[in-house]
Design a binder for this molecule. Structure first.
Ligand code: 6PG
Length: 261
């Protein structure tokens, strides 16, 4: 099956990428609110939140209908919400506290239980929100269909908390699973599974820096049948659109055939 490499948006600078990302998210938000009255977006951690910063500025802070946003996490560390390692804290400090999101629309994990219980609890919450259609349902499975899932990319090719050669990559029934041995600290995390990521209406992978160039190459270029199947290469939205936001450094190892698409 031909690999869906998605749309590549390669930018000369990180600042140019940040503007394009803000435009993209704002446009998807407007379309989703117009179509179904809400915008269900799932965030990752890491540098992504800083790269979304322009959404807190004019014109986006005024033009986006923030009251219709419902916030989720594609992965989260199982730490207290006020812990420096919390993706909730990262997003709250960097975005959610700067725009008029409705607090009850922010769905973070239960941080006072085990990783396994947090994953089960988070899946239960999402199932409830699928029932009320805050989150849509995939046309080809019973998976939740988020309007947008934003992913970062590790230098090892991980997305969310789906790491290379980890059994979590093979989970096809659960929507949210947990790991207790993350190679990237902290060790305990919950994460969307691939079926949920691949059911989204839109998936964006946002990557900057030379350290990610090899992963970007292995994700997008034709690496042959024996090439390493890094987790991000398994992000293949079944019905949704995949978009890559790359700065020139992250795109620096892409083959010309993909650079000139
Ligand atoms: O919780 C996490 O650790 C993230 O969700 C993780 O998947 C992150 O997006 C990548 O590790 C890239 O992080 P950087 O962009 O900061 O390198």
């Amino acid at each position: 099956m031909a690999k869906n490499t998605g749309e590549l948006r390669i930018h000369e600078s990180v600042d140019e990428l940040r503007t394009d990302l803000a435009d993209y998210v704002a446009e998807l938000s407007e379309a989703s609110v117009k179509e179904r009255g809400v915008f269900a977006i799932a965030l990752s951690g890491g540098s992504l939140i800083g790269l979304m910063g322009k959404l807190c500025e004019a014109p986006y802070n005024k033009t986006v209908d923030w009251s219709k946003w419902y916030i989720f996490w594609a992965d989260e560390r199982v730490v207290a919400k006020n812990h420096a390692d919390s993706n909730y804290k990262l997003a709250k400090d960097g975005l959610l506290s700067k725009v008029p999101i409705i607090p009850s629309h922010v769905h973070s994990i239960n941080d006072s239980v085990s990783a396994e219980e947090a994953a089960d609890d988070y899946e239960f919450v999402i199932r409830q929100l699928v029932k009320t259609r805050v989150v849509s349902v995939s046309e080809i499975s019973d998976c939740p269909k988020f309007d947008l899932i934003l992913l970062g990319l590790g230098s090892d090719g991980h997305v969310a908390s789906l790491f290379p050669n980890h059994s979590a990559l093979n989970e096809r029934e659960e929507w949210v699973t947990f790991i207790t041995d993350s190679p990237k600290p902290p060790p305990e995390r919950i994460t969307f599974t691939l079926p949920v990521i691949n059911s989204a209406s839109n998936v964006a992978v946002v990557v900057t820096g030379e350290s990610k160039a090899e992963s970007v190459h292995l994700a997008i270029d034709d690496v042959g049948p024996d090439g390493p199947l890094i987790p991000v290469r398994m992000v293949q939205p079944a019905m949704g659109k995949l978009v890559w936001f790359l700065d020139k450094l992250a795109a620096s190892k892409l083959e010309d055939s993909n650079l000139n698409k």
